[in-house]
Design a protein around this ligand. Structure first.
Ligand SMILES: Cc1cc2nc3c(=O)[nH]c(=O)nc-3n(C[C@H](O)[C@H](O)[C@H](O)COP(=O)(O)OP(=O)(O)OC[C@H]3O[C@@H](n4cnc5c(N)ncnc54)[C@H](O)[C@@H]3O)c2cc1C
Length: 333
């Protein structure tokens, strides 16, 4: 067992967990972040690193990638311990009231308080269920777009009918040589204005079609076969890249069995971000309270509230005070 006792362990290194680590450091709490993915940034890094975010106060626009970069820099201010590639599964309360967390690989983490910033859980894209898929996942089959430039001048087929699929088709229209979008239903489920833009664009839209075969040539994905859902009519297409947007699995895993009061698969908290288990707090997308907004900016407020609550939990006589960064001694240089 790693006997190092932390004041706060934040589970989840998404935007909200990262900002919370900064604030926790400023409140002089020994802080650890545990993240399941091999990188930080949560949904922002996973789904939309190149998208422009415009709804964070004081930042008129910023790409997902730059926001993540800034959040990591800010989180590192007080040198928290960062653990990647670990999914926290279990919690045990020890006799002295502290917690022992266990990750999927058996690693143990000892902490006085826990802040859950898990989003809706670990993220895994719904994979395409066809032969050869895994062989091409790195090279030509992608479940998220990490870099638009990669598709410049290429023939791209997108499969999916939700917001992400439509959005990427619209974004790639001016970059790729040709974009084709197929969806197994007739009508798209994305935002109306995005669907309108799609329908007025040069993107080839084929509905209701599904992918039924991948063909390879000289070790590369070369062609795909798509089939009309009603007529069974088939078409073979030559492509460079296949982007699959069939949604994603969200898995809160064992945390859902910790005995926390839940509401619609999210964790109920009160105005102090306390869950139903003393010493465990929840923030960001996973937390739920009346009028909750699933916005990054909202999570940036919930984090400091949870940190102050955690501090008060550890030191019950501590007054809950606003700590401004402008008042923080080490910054006044
Ligand atoms: C396509 C898209 C566009 C969006 N655009 C905007 C926007 O413009 N503006 C805006 O404000 N919001 C936007 N959002 C919403 C925003 O991304 C989320 O509100 C935000 O990411 C929530 O942050 P979080 O830190 O709570 O959770 P997440 O970003 O989901 O991060 C949670 C992290 O916890 C990790 N984790 C989960 N379970 C465990 C575990 N058991 N052990 C260890 N690690 C774990 C996950 O791997 C993940 O990295 C968008 C969302 C999507 C999908």
């Amino acid at each position: 067992m790693n006997n190092d006792l932390f004041d706060v362990t934040i589970i989840g290194g998404g935007p909200v967990g990262l900002f919370t680590a900064f604030y926790s450091g400023m409140r002089e709490m020994k802080t650890k972040i545990i993240e399941y993915l091999p990188y930080l940034g949560g949904k922002v890094s996973y789904f939309y690193p190149e998208k422009i975010i415009r709804d964070i106060g004081g930042i008129p626009q910023i790409s997902g990638e730059k926001l993540t970069e800034n959040l990591i820099e800010q989180a590192m201010t007080f040198d928290p311990t960062i653990v990647l590639n670990e999914q926290v599964l279990d919690v045990e309360r020890l006799e002295d009231g502290t917690f022992l967390l266990t990750s999927h690989n058996g690693a143990k983490h000892h902490t006085k308080t826990i802040i859950l910033a898990t989003g809706f859980g670990t993220l895994k894209s719904v994979k395409l269920d066809l032969p050869f898929v895994e062989e091409f996942e790195e090279s030509s089959i992608h479940y998220a777009i990490k870099s638009l430039a990669r598709y410049r001048g290429k023939k791209v087929l997108i499969s999916g009918g939700g917001n992400s699929a439509i959005d990427w088709a619209n974004e790639l229209e001016s970059i790729a040589e040709k974009v084709t979008l197929i969806y197994r239903k007739e009508a798209f489920s994305g935002i109306e204005s995005n669907v309108r833009r799609l329908m007025n664009s040069s993107v080839e839209v084929l509905t209701p079609y599904q992918l039924i075969e991948l063909q390879k040539s000289e070790g590369k994905l070369s062609n795909v076969v798509i089939q009309h859902m009603e007529t069974d009519n088939q078409r073979e297409m030559n492509i460079d890249y296949l982007i699959v947007n069939h949604g994603f699995h969200i898995n809160l895993g064992q945390i859902a069995n910790w005995g926390l009061a839940m509401l619609d698969n999210t964790i109920q908290v009160d105005h102090t971000m306390s869950t139903s288990i003393p010493g465990i707090f929840a923030i960001g997308d996973i937390s739920n309270y009346p009028h909750k907004l699933g916005l990054i900016a909202g999570g940036f407020n919930e984090g400091p509230i949870a940190v102050n609550s955690a501090k008060q939990y550890i030191l019950p006589d501590e007054q809950l005070v606003n700590l401004f960064s402008t008042h923080y001694e080490s910054f006044k240089k």
